[in-house]
Design a binder for this molecule. Structure first.
Ligand SMILES: Nc1nc2c(ncn2[C@@H]2O[C@H](COP(=O)(O)OP(=O)(O)OP(=O)(O)O)[C@@H](O)[C@H]2O)c(=O)[nH]1
Ligand SMILES: [Mg+2]
Length: 422
């Protein structure tokens, strides 16, 4: 089993409820409010790791929920914040929103962390609502409830060198002699059913080589294993195009070479621009020398051609040195150029929302409020008048009135509360 595309479900923790409580102590009647705030819910954090190279584990576990914050308590005790949940994905995992196909984040680099979902905010306890006029508030805020989201993970392996070629030409044999990787090798087509990665050190450079299942003519239309595995070499900087130059399966190696290049550009025209080195394999077999000469005559001025006999590792050092020299000149790989986004932030937060906390007490929250609070100094009279004007212009006041706001009622906005006058 090899999974490189999967849908999973993620949910950040809910915020805990704020407490309603009053201070009680012997001989102290009517103690003040002391209900603490609820704790914030845990975030969902994606972490890229190079110690995984498939999405297989998501076949078994598809639901990820971060811990909820707990409710606040008496004596101004705040609730405990929920633990964030880390979801480990292999480097090169692209996280998409399945509702519109948008890329949310490219988990490119080992150790990269991204908060995909923020935990719900804990509610304020009643102690926070005490004022000189309202000394015993009997209300508190609910914690923010979070929603579950589906996300699609798609692995586009990050390797420096991609091995391409027909089945059975010796791609896996090559990887096995130049790296510590132990891919399955056998004398039949499609021995390799999923990508293998090998790490190579040469001339002071360390790079990763990816071996993918063999391609055949018509792969773009689904023949053989299709072209889906090409996803894993889309991000490589260099191709080593392995050909059976002996033509041991009665195909012409020059035709093989053209066909594979055709399949690659049908899959994605950009892949045509990735430089290629031709590894002319199976030089120990009859006809190999003759075909190598034909290769050199036809492609010698456009491509570097290295004769190899991978089965005995002959010529492989030269090939790897050539790869290292070329990679040193090629630009580094880059993640997708997108602004990583936090799921649900826009949908979760309406521009403004009104909640009636108690008789004559209203709270306004939302994205409009968040931005205003950051900008306005409420203790400043002028600034506050501006604040009121925006509330009127944006229709907040008229909506509050519809919900029963009267002269003298209290309006709570962020950490500010004021008495409403018509
Ligand atoms: N004579 C000869 N045989 C080789 C050479 N290199 C590989 N082979 C044989 O070719 C067969 C296929 O080798 P693999 O490395 O599995 O080929 P592959 O390209 O990975 O094949 P798929 O995974 O099926 O696409 C095996 O039987 C190898 O032993 C070589 O240099 N000379
Ligand atoms: Mg193979």
């Amino acid at each position: 089993m090899f999974i490189d595309k999967v849908k999973i479900f993620v949910k950040a923790g809910n915020g805990g409820k704020g407490a309603i409580s009053f201070h009680t102590e012997k001989y102290i009647p009517n103690g003040g409010p002391d209900g603490g705030d609820g704790g914030n819910g845990g975030d969902i954090i994606f972490v890229a790791t190079k110690s995984q190279n498939t999405l297989n584990e998501f076949h078994f576990k598809k639901h990820f929920r971060a811990e909820d914050g707990t409710a606040g308590g008496a004596k101004n005790c705040s609730g405990k914040c929920g633990e964030p949940l880390e979801v480990f994905v292999p480097c090169g995992t692209i996280v998409k929103d399945p509702t519109n196909g948008n890329v949310l984040v490219d988990m490119f680099e080992d150790g990269q962390r991204h908060v995909l979902l923020k935990g719900g905010k804990g509610g304020k306890g009643n102690a926070r609502f005490a004022t000189s006029k309202r000394q015993a508030p009997r209300f508190s805020e609910q914690g923010e409830k979070t929603e579950e989201y589906a996300v699609e993970l798609e692995l586009k392996t990050i390797a420096d060198v991609g091995l391409i070629g027909f089945p059975n030409v010796g791609k896996s044999t090559l990887l096995s002699v130049v790296s510590q990787a132990k891919p399955k090798i056998a004398n039949y087509h499609f021995t390799t059913l999923s990508p293998n990665l090998g790490v190579i050190t040469c001339r002071g450079q360390t790079f990763v080589m990816a071996d993918i299942p063999g391609l055949i003519e018509g792969a773009a239309q689904g023949a053989g294993l299709g072209h889906a595995f090409l996803r894993h070499i889309e991000r490589t900087r260099l191709f080593v195009h392995v050909v059976d130059v002996s033509g041991s399966e009665n195909r012409d190696p020059l035709e093989d070479f053209e066909k594979i290049n055709g399949e690659i550009s049908t899959y994605n025209a950009k892949l045509k621009r990735i430089p290629q080195i031709i590894a002319a394999n199976k030089m120990d077999m009859p006809d190999a020398e003759k075909n190598l000469a034909r290769f050199k005559a036809k492609y010698g001025n456009r491509y570097k051609i290295v004769p190899v006999t991978t089965i005995i590792a002959e010529g492989c050092d030269t090939l790897i040195e050539m790869c290292a020299d070329l990679l040193a000149k090629l630009p580094a790989q880059e993640p997708l150029q997108i602004e990583p986004s936090i799921l649900g932030e826009k949908e979760l937060k309406p521009r403004f929302a009104i909640e009636k906390l108690d008789e004559g007490v209203f709270e306004v929250t939302g994205s409009l409020i968040d931005t205003m609070i950051r900008k306005i100094v409420v203790s400043d009279n002028q600034s506050f008048r501006y604040f009121e004007k925006v509330l009127r212009d944006e229709g907040v006041i008229s909506k509050l009135k519809k919900q029963g706001l009267k002269d003298g009622d209290t309006v709570i906005i962020g950490d500010v509360e004021f008495e409403y006058t018509d």
